[in-house]
Design a protein around this ligand. Structure first.
Ligand code: UD2
Ligand code: MN
Length: 459
């Protein structure tokens, strides 16, 4: 065995110094990142950076800007929801007592609103046979607390399934009460959405890859809920689609319509209401059910009743809540972009909650094709309202025509039903719809609720 000479000592020391410098460099490039008073793992920082770049193409920030944005973002109380348990503990400790009290107050107010809305929603559903609804009708206050617990659990699960995009989640939550809270510090969205592009090219036969659609629409959470991340939406709109055997149309709808809704800066959720069984299709009843189910699910200001096969050709036709019941599908390619008749109210309509309740929704009595839309028009007029329409230059739609889709049988009773429409409207509608939910599934970009009309698959 030999002891090293002084030359070897010097050599060794140089090697050690070089190693220390190298490791230091690696640590700076790969190690944790400090934002404000916090330190986060670099992979998380990169994930947030990736999200930011994806979300605001062209407007991406440099690392320094992003770091200060994240630090500011963390300061907001709403963000606490998305921190890990450990981080939440730190965050809560740091929060002043005053801030804590304000947050609690806001949360309590939110609960009161939900409870009131639940009660209001139930008024209109007295004859609903859905076992779930009947159970809810009998619910005492204790029962309602239970329901809130279930809702919280749902929220937790949603958070769980989408935890990979935490930054996104701070702004998106499919429970509007929470959403209100999380966006309360944002300023109102502009009345004129700045990113609209005007006329759009639509390929009605497009082969759609839903994974691609999902990727191109960050911020739409599982189940099809979206709220603008950078501003407080002026309109909260439930999109309700009557549906059976139109899978291809639904894909094309998602591909083209979701980016439009996002650009229009509305808060929305897509509810697809599927008729179970083989009875004649009942569009009116499905739409009533969709509105009731959506109203139970969220604090929607208005409801857009949307045929699955209509694709907008100009994004300046806004899906915002209207002053009067509004007919959106004014110029459809199938009808040579002309309004077929002046009282046409089929295709796509949008009504506020008050307007829809005032007219008692659609009639439930139209089985098969035709009449239910004209009946709705009569209800609007006989309740002292008039309809409105956007300019035909922007309200242009393509109707997707596939070779394989089913169509409804024409309803021969539609004219006699129409002749008594106004006599029936008080007792035939939203307040008398009878159904049973047989399936409920959240897909990436929409929620599908399958229903047995009148409680039976055979109707
Ligand atoms: C017209 C109206 C429609 C409705 C219907 C008469 C327009 C642009 N559209 O539609 O709103 O008043 O006449 O009832 O004015 N559906 C299914 N599966 C079916 C049948 C229908 O999902 O088997 C749904 C689907 O959302 C479809 C909608 O019901 O878009 C209307 O049915 P349609 O497209 O077959 O009838 P159409 O275009 O004549
Ligand atoms: Mn159609």
């Amino acid at each position: 065995m030999n002891f090293p000479s002084s030359k070897m000592w010097l050599g060794g020391l140089t090697v050690v110094c070089v190693m220390v410098l190298l490791l230091g460099g690696v640590y700076v490039r790969m190690g944790p990142v400090t934002t404000g008073k916090r330190t986060i793992h670099r992979s998380r920082f990169l994930r947030i950076k990736g999200y930011q770049q994806l979300h605001s193409p062209g407007g991406s920030q440099n690392d320094k800007g992003l770091l200060s944005a994240i630090a500011t973002h963390w300061k907001s109380s709403s963000d606490a929801r998305n921190l890990s348990v450990k981080e939440q503990a730190v965050s809560t400790r740091n929060m002043s007592k005053e801030a804590q009290r304000t947050t609690d107050k806001e949360r309590n107010q939110g609960r009161t609103v939900t409870r009131d809305q639940n009660l209001k929603g139930r008024e209109g559903q007295s004859k609903t046979t859905s076992s779930q609804t009947v159970r809810r009708q009998k619910m005492s206050l204790v029962g309602q607390k239970e329901e809130q617990a279930v809702r919280k659990e749902n929220e937790r699960q949603t958070t769980h399934t989408t935890q990979k995009t935490k930054l996104q989640l701070t702004q998106v939550n499919h429970r509007p009460v929470a959403t209100k809270k999380s966006v309360s510090k944002l300023s109102l969205c502009p009345k004129k959405p700045p990113d609209l592009v005007g006329s759009l090219f639509i390929n009605a036969y497009a082969k759609v890859n839903l994974d691609e659609v999902k990727k191109k629409n960050p911020g739409v959470t599982f189940g099809g809920f979206y709220t603008p991340p950078d501003c407080q939406p002026r309109d909260r709109v439930a999109i309700v689609i009557p549906f059976r055997d139109r899978e291809e149309h639904l894909k094309v709808f998602q591909h083209y319509m979701i980016p439009v809704f996002r650009r229009q800066l509305i808060q929305f959720k897509i509810y697809v209401i599927e008729q179970a069984g083989n009875c004649d299709f009942n569009r009116g009843m499905l739409l009533n059910i969709g509105v009731l189910e959506a109203a139970k699910d969220g604090d929607w200001q208005c409801f857009c009743l949307h045929d699955v096969d209509l694709i907008l050709e100009n994004d300046r036709n806004l899906y915002t809540c209207p002053e009067r019941p509004k007919h959106l599908s004014v110029a459809v390619d199938k009808f040579n972009y002309r309004l077929l008749y002046s009282t046409l109210f089929g295709g796509i309509t949008i009504l506020t909650k008050e307007q829809y309740w005032k007219i008692n929704g659609y009639s439930n009595k139209y089985w098969g094709w035709g009449g239910e839309d004209d009946d709705l028009y009569k209800r609007v007029v006989n309740n002292g309202m008039t309809i409105m329409r956007p300019d035909a230059a922007v309200a242009r739609y393509k109707m997707v025509r596939g070779t394989h889709h089913k169509t409804s049988k024409i309803n021969p009773a539609r004219f006699s039903l129409l002749s008594t429409a106004t006599h029936r409207m008080k007792e035939d509608g939203l307040n008398s719809v009878s159904y049973k939910v047989t399936g409920r599934k959240e897909y990436q970009l929409y929620t599908k609720i399958t229903v047995a009309l009148n409680g039976h698959v055979n109707c």
